[in-house]
Write a protein that binds this ligand. Structure first.
Ligand code: F0G
Length: 433
């Protein structure tokens, strides 16, 4: 059995002209020398030969670390064996075949990795278990995040498990009720700010200057470590044969960064033979990353001052992790595209018809795959990031044909499923005709 204490990790600045190194327990969110994004790097190569079998064996164990789809892969996580982990049994999410979505995208097959099946209903839990474990290890008293809702719900739950104070900052009126309700129920203090997600992010960075406060947005490299394990779990589910394409929504760009890191580490340690091409999909009205990669590639990254989309989870104009996401896209030969509000809404309804369902931001993936001209011989996995029940207001509006886009246009509902008012069962029986 491998021992976790054999691992040697450091925090390292990702800026190409800096590369400063820091101890794992340095309480940093960005490089203290140049302000660049931090990554956690392993200094020694790992012997990966026994790992596939070891990870498989852990599936039959009752150790909470083995039950978690994150901590099961702990040889790749920057914690020692004696770390007290904060876990809700995250990960272990299903990889579904989605035949109706495949048809819709004109492909013979399409698989959906449903991260909405995590304990708080979104992919954030895989990162939060690592982020909050580190917060507790550092002796933080208060954990904080800015959020479009899911990070907030997830942090609130993990903070409750760790018995830490939790404050979340959300853009007032721009977060689905379900997500705020979760955070309140888990006991977090919710601060609603006039402004958008990007202004919340600014506030949070000021707050994090206080030593007792620990910032758990995806700028936090420990969160990215947890989130990268989705690549490991997916590889295992596909018997270590990578798909040609992996498609993921892009908001603050932590998830695409994490997946890119996960696939790179698997590849470098010889656990997979090739990496999937990572395509990031953004909503047309909140697409600074896609603009950066447009035909007129900009010299520098420009934030979007007034991002707009009904997919509120990804209504973000100044994504902090864009350089890491750019690395993931470039290293894997992937791309970045946009989809319209109508395309998101329709793709979401089709995902529902497969009996899977997701929240609007997640549906950008299937909408994007339909747009990409993917060869029918190529394999594709889309990552669904949040559960259908995260935003039922949107769902009801779509199915009753009352969904109004940010530009005031009423969206069509070609797949709308309007509820039928009735006083008799005749109309039910009519379904059989
Ligand atoms: N999908 C969902 C459901 C999300 O909640 C988010 C981000 C994304 C996609 C985009 O992921 O930011 O890593 O590129 N939600 C964050 C939040 C911003 O605060 O919950 P990303």
């Amino acid at each position: 059995m491998l021992s976790l204490t054999d691992k040697i990790f450091i925090q390292q600045c990702t800026a190409p002209d800096c590369g400063a190194e820091f101890d794992l327990d340095a309480r940093l969110f960005v490089c203290s020398r140049c302000g660049g994004l931090l990554d956690i790097e392993r200094r020694e190569k790992i012997d990966s030969a026994p790992l596939r079998e070891l990870w498989q064996q852990r599936r039959a164990s009752f150790d909470p670390r083995d039950r978690s789809g994150v901590w099961r892969f702990r040889e790749f996580l920057p914690f020692t064996d004696d770390t007290e982990i904060v876990s809700l049994g995250e990960g272990n999410t299903p990889l579904y075949d989605a035949p109706r979505c495949a048809d819709y995208c004109r492909l013979p097959q399409l698989k959906l990795k449903h991260q909405g099946c995590n304990p708080t209903g979104s992919f954030k839990d895989t990162g939060m278990t690592a982020g909050v474990t580190q917060a507790r290890k550092l002796g933080a008293r208060l954990v904080v995040c800015a959020s479009t809702g899911n990070t907030a719900a997830s942090l609130a739950a993990y903070a409750a498990r760790a018995d830490l104070l939790c404050a979340i900052i959300v853009p007032s009126g721009d977060v689905s009720h379900a997500k705020v309700a979760q955070a309140l129920d888990y006991g977090a203090r919710v601060f609603e700010v006039d402004g958008n997600f990007d202004s919340c992010m600014k506030l949070i960075r000021e707050l994090a200057e206080d030593e007792r406060v620990y910032l758990v947005n995806s700028i936090n490299p420990f969160r990215i470590e947890g989130q990268k394990t989705v690549a490991f779990e997916l590889a295992e589910q596909l018997d270590w044969q990578m798909p040609d394409h992996l498609v993921v929504p892009g908001g603050n760009l932590g998830n695409s960064s994490a997946l890119g890191k996960g696939f790179r580490e698997l590849f470098e340690s010889g656990l997979i033979e090739r990496q999937p091409r990572i395509t990031v999909v953004q909503a047309e009205g909140a697409a600074p990353f896609a603009k950066y990669y447009s035909d007129y590639q900009q010299e520098r990254f420009m934030k979007e001052e007034n991002p707009q989309t009904l997919a509120s989870a990804i209504k973000i104009g100044a994504p902090v992790s864009w350089p890491k996401a750019a690395r993931a896209v470039e290293e894997t030969g992937g791309g970045v595209i946009t989809v319209t509000e109508q395309e998101i809404a329709d793709a979401k309804a089709i995902i529902g018809r497969d009996g899977i369902g997701c929240e609007p931001a997640s549906a950008t993936t299937v909408a994007g795959i339909r747009k990409l001209k993917i060869d029918e011989n190529e394999s594709v996995v889309a990552v669904l990031t949040g559960h259908l029940l995260k935003d039922t207001d949107y769902v009801m509006k779509y199915h009753t044909q009352n969904l109004i886009a940010p530009d005031g246009q009423r969206l069509g509902g070609p797949f709308a499923n309007v509820p039928i008012r009735t006083q008799s069962v005749k109309s039910v029986a009519d379904l059989l005709r």
